[in-house]
Design a protein around this ligand. Sequence first.
Ligand code: NAI
Length: 247
Amino acid sequence: MISFEGKTVLITGAASGIGKACAMLMGSAGAALALSDINEEALAKLKAELESAGIRASISYHGLDIADEDACVQTAAAAAAFHGRIDHLIHAAGIYPEALVSDMQAADWQRLMRINLDGTFYICRAVIKYLGEDSSIVNLASVAAHRGSFAHAHYAASKGAVSSFSKSLALELAPKTRVNVVSPGIIETPMTIDLLKQKGQVMLDSTPLRRFGTAQEVAGGIAFLCSPLARFVTGETLHINGGLYIV
Ligand code: NAI
């Protein structure tokens, strides 16, 4: 129902979970795809998977450590050069390590902030000069940003910062570019396998819709925010969490 024909989407964290579901959905809707991830081998497989699923839009892929500022600059430039433009950035790369604050080392904190927060700044800044009219950015926060997360304080702090960074960027990039946040609850992806093994039932019991979300359901919300259906939406957070956290 939503067409992205003639649009180019740069996706970070494209090799897995939510990023991969975005590639499938946006590619099916006609978008040209610039796929990036630290796992370049998985990107090559994804490109083949997309092609065998009949997605005919042009696809490039770029190995990228999101915590590396220069690599973000190079990836944005390479994607813009390959496709001629970048219309949407979907920034889904991130990590979710477990540690109590009392056990957490400064190095754990800094590594997480480099990837989840510094990376957000690097890739958003890197794409700005390539974004045209009616462009958009969608960053991924988390329910953890809003209600905290046991044994993931660094993760929750990074996602709170991604959220407020995105609101500020929405003010700076308007009216040309809209910037929004998607804040998922518990979504079944490789990121949450361990969490669900440990606390799946507790999480299920506290989710009013009584199931976990799928990566495809999050991708649907992201596609909506990139699409013309959301052309008057900026600086907003879309919660996709089955009622786990109701604002
Ligand atoms: P995932 O683990 O399936 O995918 C994350 C991707 O990021 C992987 O392909 C990984 O290789 C890539 N990545 C990790 N470090 C990187 C780095 N330094 N540079 C570039 N790429 C890197 O995770 P999922 O579930 O798809 O998460 C996507 C986003 O959604 C993340 O930002 C996550 O924090 C957020 N989120 C996920 C939730 C969930 O329940 N799955 C809930 C709330 C937020």
